[in-house]
Design a protein around this ligand. Structure first.
Ligand code: ADP
Ligand code: MG
Length: 262
C-alpha cells in the first residue's frame, strides 16, 4: 500500500481554562493513497480531533502526523475539508461559491472557472451557476460544497458528517455521488459519520474509536464485494449486513467497557 497519511502514536490534549483533557490517545493509523477510510464511534470520541490533526489545524501533543511522508505543519491546499453545514456564502452565486478556493488562492481564471462549471455539471448542478444558495435545496447545496472542495484539486478529502443533515433519500443519492466522484479521481478520503450503514457502504476500511480518551477499538476491512459496488447497491448484499452487525457489536462492547469505567 502506498501510504499517503499517517498517524504515529498520536495523543492530543486540549488545554483550556478548565484544565487539560486528553481527546485522543496513542492513535496509530496508515491510510493508503486512494483509500476511503471511515471513523465511527460515540460522540466525543475524538473523530473531529483526528480530522483536524490530519488537516494541520491542530498539532499532536505526542506522536506524529505525516502526509506524503512529511510532518503536517500547516493546512495545505492538498487537503480539502467538507462539513455537515455547507457554509456557502449567501451573497455569492453558486459558481462564485464553488470557485471560492480558486479565488482565495489566486488561481481563478477562465480555464479554472471552466473546470468548475464542468464539475458542477458532473454533480448534477448544470444551470445553477448564476443562482444564489437560498434557491437550492439542502442536497444541492451540499453538492455545491463538494464542488467547492474538489475545485482546488486536493489529494485528500476530509469529510466530517457531510450527509447527516440531509433527508434519507437525498443522503443515499449523495453517498453514491461522492463515492463515484472520489473513486473516479483516485482521491483519498477520511469520513467521520455516526451512521454505521453509511460507513459500511462507502468505505474500504472502518476505524471504530472508543471514547475518553479516544482510542482505536477495532479496524474493519470491508470485503471486496461490498467495496466494489455503489453504496446503494452494496447495502443489498448479505456481506454488507455482516459488516454492519460486526460494527454494531464493536460499538456495543465499547460502551460496556466504558460503563465499567475502564
Ligand atoms: P467527536 O468528533 O468524536 O464527537 P471531538 O474530536 O469533537 O469528538 O472531541 C473529542 C473530545 O475532545 C471531547 O471530549 C471534546 O469535549 C473534547 N474537545 C473537542 N474540542 C475541544 C476544544 N476545542 N477544547 C477542549 N476540549 C475539546
Ligand atoms: Mg465531531
Amino acid at each position: 500500500m502506498d501510504t499517503l497519511l499517517e498517524l504515529q502514536n498520536v495523543t492530543h490534549v486540549y488545554v483550556g481554562d478548565q484544565g487539560a483533557s486528553m481527546a485522543v490517545e496513542n492513535i496509530s493509523l496508515s491510510i493508503g493513497r486512494g483509500e476511503f477510510v471511515s471513523l465511527v464511534g460515540p460522540s466525543g470520541c475524538g473523530k473531529t480531533t483526528v480530522l483536524s490533526l490530519l488537516a494541520g489545524l491542530l498539532f499532536p501533543t505526542k506522536g506524529a502526523v505525516l502526509a506524503g511522508g512529511e510532518p503536517v505543519v500547516r493546512p495545505s491546499s492538498k487537503v480539502g475539508y467538507m462539513l455537515q453545514q455547507d457554509f456557502l456564502f449567501p451573497w455569492r452565486t453558486i459558481l462564485d461559491n464553488a470557485a471560492i478556493g480558486l479565488t482565495l488562492s489566486g488561481r481563478r481564471n477562465a480555464a479554472s472557472l471552466g473546470a468548475v462549471r464542468e464539475l458542477l455539471a458532473e454533480l448534477g448542478l448544470a444551470g445553477t451557476e448564476a443562482k444564489m444558495p437560498y434557491e437550492l435545496s439542502g442536497g444541492m447545496r451540499q453538492r455545491v460544497a463538494l464542488a467547492r472542495t474538489l475545485a482546488t484539486e486536493p489529494d485528500v478529502l476530509l469529510l466530517d458528517e457531510p450527509f447527516s443533515a440531509l433527508d434519507m433519500h437525498i443522503k443515499l443519492q449523495l453517498e453514491d455521488l461522492v463515492h463515484a466522484t472520489l473513486a473516479a479521481r483516485g482521491k483519498t478520503a477520511v469520513l467521520v459519520t455516526h451512521d454505521l450503514a453509511e460507513a459500511a457502504a462507502m468505505s474500504d476500511r472502518i476505524v471504530v474509536l472508543d471514547p475518553n480518551p479516544g482510542r482505536i477499538r477495532a479496524i474493519f476491512v470491508i470485503p471486496d464485494a461490498v467495496r466494489s459496488l455503489p453504496p446503494t447497491e452494496a447495502r443489498k448484499l448479505p456481506e454488507f449486513q455482516r459488516v454492519f452487525d460486526a460494527l454494531w457489536e464493536a460499538l456495543e462492547q465499547g460502551e460496556q467497557a466504558g460503563g465499567e469505567g475502564s
